[in-house]
Write a protein that binds this ligand. Structure first.
Ligand code: SAM
Length: 289
């Protein structure tokens, strides 16, 4: 067991300092004080953080801490703590560790018994969650889903039976594809896309996935996707019988099976592979295959 009383020992400290996710007025006086008081600031990108620090007139030695060099950066930070330096870890925006570097150094530094002190501030997912209008707890913060549709669907299958609110980060060029995968796996749930939080163009788009999908590829900027947890009524959302009827009607009107599947995929937002599976299962049940 290791007990840490943050402010009643002489050990060096690693401070976890959040930085604004857009609006610079959200930098707190305490965060500024801590950055001014430490010996060294570890950051993701010295150019980005250099600009932020300049804005607040903070002049400090900067070192980099990135995921790709976590092992050596962690060793470096531990070495600096062992020499008595207090260090602040910051990321480009929001909290370090939240979809940003820092996990390894915090695990190792706590295990060695140094102080690790978090400074309050914001993380985009919390702003998104509390304003979403969806149930705020329990929730699960997932972060980014994998970019490949196959892996994304696999991940979503893990969460699809969870009754808690799901929170994800997504990039604008992938949001449409991601929402299609969500529709396919989770059903037509209520969601909120929280865009450009704390910035001039902040926007909340609330509705069902199928209502939001048509505008998804117009959405720009940074975004948090908050998705309602599983309720029984979402079970009925993908009506396989209806999907098969649509495919069968298109085939009856003269389309090939693959063209019919493609057309129904376009109309419903469900992937061609998923519809192909339904059609294949239907054929097997009828003994056609
Ligand atoms: N450490 C950050 C935090 O605590 O929120 C997250 C960093 S992660 C690399 C960047 C992602 O966070 C963006 O792609 C976006 O999904 C989300 N994000 C960051 N700032 C945002 C903002 N102002 N509005 C909406 N989403 C934001």
């Amino acid at each position: 067991m290791i007990r840490q009383k943050s402010f009643s020992n002489e050990k060096p400290t690693l401070y976890l300092v959040p930085t604004p996710i857009g609006n610079l007025n959200e930098m707190t006086p305490r965060a500024i004080d801590i950055l001014n008081s430490v010996d060294i600031i570890a950051c993701e990108d010295t150019r980005n953080s250099g600009q932020l620090l300049k804005h607040f007139n903070i002049s400090k030695r900067l070192i980099t801490y990135q995921n790709f060099n976590e092992t050596s950066s962690t060793k470096g930070i531990i070495n600096l703590l062992s020499q008595g330096n207090n260090i602040a870890l910051i990321s480009d925006a929001g909290y370090p560790l939240i979809n940003d570097p820092g996990q390894r150094v915090v695990s190792e530094v706590t295990a060695l018994g140094y102080n690790v002190v978090p400074i309050s501030g914001c993380s985009a997912f919390l702003n998104g969650l509390v304003a979403s209008g969806l149930v705020a707890q329990p929730f699960i913060f997932i972060g980014f889903l994998p970019p490949s549709t196959h892996e994304c669907i696999k991940k979503l299958n893990l969460y699809k039976s969870y009754p808690m609110t799901l929170i994800m980060y997504e990039a604008p060029h992938r949001i449409e594809k991601m929402l299609k995968s969500c529709l396919e796996v989770l059903g037509d749930r209520h969601i909120c896309i929280a865009r450009e939080l704390t910035k001039v163009h902040e926007e909340f788009i609330r509705g069902t996935i199928s209502e939001i999908l048509p505008v998804a590829n117009e959405l720009k900027g940074e975004m948090v996707v908050v998705i309602d947890g599983k309720h029984d009524d979402y079970e009925k959302d993908i009506d396989i019988g209806q999907i098969l009827n649509m495919v069968n009607q298109s085939i009856a009107s003269g389309m090939s099976t693959s063209a019919a599947i493609k057309e129904v995929a376009k109309q419903t937002g469900i992937s061609k592979n998923q519809i192909y599976d339904y059609v294949h299962r239907q054929s097997e049940e009828k003994g056609v295959c």
